[in-house]
Design a protein around this ligand. Structure first.
Ligand code: PGA
Length: 242
């Protein structure tokens, strides 16, 4: 909810100017606009090779669920990714691990790749419970989900206290978190499926001044970019250099 209608259209046009076929051939670039501008953004970026995602979803496909967004309808509208369990939804809308789990299933049933957000709060970090929180969030989110080879899941590790703060964590801390996430995954699915289906990305105040600290980490596959994605040139410059 950072950009209004006109701001969103301008950003989509700017992105269209910044991307080129070689870049989208080499990297997966996904834009997740607000629901209100989803279709218009998708239309502007239709031929660009940039994938379109949504910022949330409901788990049921159809029915009397006023105000909810159907994974089936979003998939029909061209949605390829959905952010699930973002810390702001967990914090302000009471999204539990159980809800996140249902949303992941809803995505996969409709061939949408979920971008599952996990991360510790400042309190978790103070209490030394980061590892437990990450392990629990990943395990519960993927509970009873049978990953099959061509399904795609992105797990975004975002320390909650870093999001939107302008601060970052030490790369070693991120690498440790990736390892915990990877360990949780290994307990859930065969390694071959994990390697072919799951990507782990980092998020939290990533911009052009700090992204390079994270790109060489073990298990790193990309970024979830918030504030810096509101400037097309900066966002695409990061994409070009990872
Ligand atoms: P940020 O946002 O990059 O501005 O910290 C990330 C997010 O909202 O997930």
């Amino acid at each position: 909810m950072n950009l209004d209608y006109r701001g969103s259209m301008r950003l989509a046009e700017d992105l269209l100017r910044e991307v080129n076929p070689a870049l989208v051939e080499e990297k997966d670039i996904v834009i997740c606009p607000s629901h209100s501008v989803f279709l218009l953004t998708a239309e502007i970026l239709r031929e660009s090779g940039v994938a379109i995602g949504a910022q949330d979803i409901f788990w049921e496909e159809k029915g009397a669920f006023t105000g909810c967004e159907s994974p089936q309808f979003l998939a029909e509208a061209g949605c390829q990714f959905v952010i699930v369990g973002h810390s702001e939804r967990r914090q302000y809308l009471g999204e539990t691990d159980e809800i996140v789990n249902k949303k992941i299933q809803g995505c996969l049933d409709n061939k949408i790749a979920p971008i599952l957000c996990v991360g510790e709060t400042a309190d978790d970090r103070r209490n030394n419970s980061t590892d437990n929180v990450l392990f629990r969030q990943v395990t519960n989110a993927l509970k009873n989900i049978d990953l099959i080879p061509d399904e795609q899941i992105v797990i975004a590790y975002e320390p909650v206290w870093v999001i939107g703060s302008g601060r970052t964590i030490e790369p070693e801390e991120a690498e440790h978190a990736f390892k915990i996430i990877n360990q949780a995954l290994i307990d859930l699915a065969p390694l071959t499926i994990i390697r072919s289906s799951v990507r782990i990305v980092y998020g939290g105040s990533i911009d052009s001044s700090n992204f390079k600290d994270f790109t060489d980490l073990e298990h790193f596959s990309g970024f979830l970019v918030g504030g810096a994605s509101l400037k097309a040139e900066e966002f695409i410059n990061i994409a070009k250099q990872i």
